[in-house]
Design a protein around this ligand. Structure first.
Ligand SMILES: C=CC1=C(C)c2cc3[nH]c(cc4nc(cc5[nH]c(cc1n2)c(C)c5CCC(=O)O)C(CCC(=O)O)=C4C)c(C)c3C=C
Ligand SMILES: [Fe+2]
Ligand SMILES: [Fe+2]
Length: 354
């Protein structure tokens, strides 16, 4: 469209290896991130090389179970196209393009910044596919984006949607999906007691103790979802999965909670609340590894709720966040803090600035 106002929506996500040979360099990129391992170089670089090499065989086997690589990019592309469609009503003379900026594998954040520059964006909304803010995810992507934008001389106004743990569309999608999974578990095991386990990716405890708001925001997501569903307090619990490394992580661990519920003969429903699309942590860890654990330990049923993916309500929620960000005149603010986001549906910290 000649002369159209071009709005770029940049979706931040983690990324995943697209083939077996990509697993080790992907792991290196992850562990070499100062937001993940806060050591100065050359120590971080050397440690990242070592951990990536050690972990690669286990991780390669995980990705082999999904055909060799992660489906996170194709799944994020589906979300990007759905979001473009949902923002198609921004008015005549406005063109919306969604770009994907992955943190640890292609298309890297720097590649996305280049594509946005070449496309000729007039305004940019940075929209993390992380509903809950963490220094290890959103802050890391934003830091790398800012450096790339500065390097490329990307001057268009940019706004960051910081977090949206209890955004109504996201919560409606989660509640809808959870209700479907509960109905399935009840049908499979009508006599058994229900145990709904809301599972989020964990974090080392020391990162949370330093003030990372992620855990508080996971709790906000789950509180909004159980309220919408009217779930009794005894029927649900929050647990944390995907622990790696020797540090103490936040708990309880999802596998421990699943095993306990299975041994009690309960009907288990596992709901991912921090991942918004399917990848290794859902398709392998939750479905295969924890599914086997649940059945071996005697669960009456084991149902894993799908992620929100391109659920209509979730995409509508993201579109609303993008619209709000385009309308804001808020000044640049420091990063999200636990108190600033407490009790809010979405973050007060939508950031503006070039
Ligand atoms: C909610 C999102 C995520 C947080 C918070 C997070 C923190 C975090 N992750 C690791 C280490 C690994 N994560 C890995 C995979 C992975 N992590 C997330 C999301 C969050 N991570 C996703 C979406 C994925 C899946 C990628 C894919 O399969 O496409 C991996 C690789 C897999 C494996 O080897 O287990 C590692 C390693 C740390 C250390 C951390 C916080 C400090
Ligand atoms: Fe992770
Ligand atoms: Fe926030």
């Amino acid at each position: 469209m000649p002369g159209a106002r071009r709005i770029a929506i940049v979706l931040f996500n983690l990324g995943g290896p697209d083939r077996q040979e990509a697993v080790q360099p992907f792991l290196f990129n992850l562990f070499n991130d100062p937001n993940i391992i806060a050591l100065p170089n050359p120590f971080r670089y050397l440690l990242a090389k070592l951990i990536a090499k050690r972990r690669a065989p286990v991780a390669r086997a995980v990705y082999q179970k999904m055909g060799g690589g992660s489906p996170i990019l194709p799944n994020t592309e589906v979300q990007a196209r759905a979001l473009e469609a949902a923002l198609g009503d921004l008015g005549p003379g406005t063109e919306v393009g969604c770009f994907i900026a992955m943190r640890y594998w292609h298309p890297f954040t720097e590649e996305a910044a280049k594509a946005v520059l070449q496309w000729g964006a007039d305004e940019i909304v940075l929209l993390p596919l992380y509903p809950q803010f963490s220094t290890t995810t959103t802050a890391s992507s934003y830091r790398v984006w800012k450096a790339a934008a500065r390097k490329l001389g990307l001057k268009a106004p940019q706004r960051l949607v910081c977090c949206y743990p209890a955004e109504p569309g996201f919560v409606a999608a989660l509640a809808d999906i959870t209700a479907g999974a509960i109905a399935k578990a009840r049908a499979e095991a009508p006599q058994a007691r229900l145990r709904v386990i809301f599972s989020a990716h964990g974090l080392p405890k020391k990162i949370v103790d330093k003030g990372d708001p992620y855990v508080a925001q996971v709790e906000a997501t789950v509180a909004a979802t159980v309220t919408k569903l009217g779930l009794a307090a005894d029927d649900w619990i929050i647990a944390y999965q995907s622990r790696v490394g020797p540090l103490e992580w936040v708990g309880p661990a999802t596998d421990v909670v699943i095993e306990e519920a299975a041994r009690a003969g309960q009907a288990i429903v596992v709901v991912p609340v921090a991942f918004v699309s399917e990848h290794s942590e859902t398709l392998v860890e939750l479905d295969i590894e924890y599914g086997e654990l649940a059945h071996e330990a005697g669960a009456a049923a084991y149902v894993r709720a799908p992620t929100v993916d391109a659920h209509e309500r979730f995409i509508a929620g993201l579109a609303g966040l993008a619209r709000d960000a385009l309308g804001t005149t808020a000044p640049i603010r420091p990063g999200c803090t636990r108190d600033a986001c407490k009790g809010r549906e979405q973050c007060a910290m939508t950031q503006a600035g070039a």
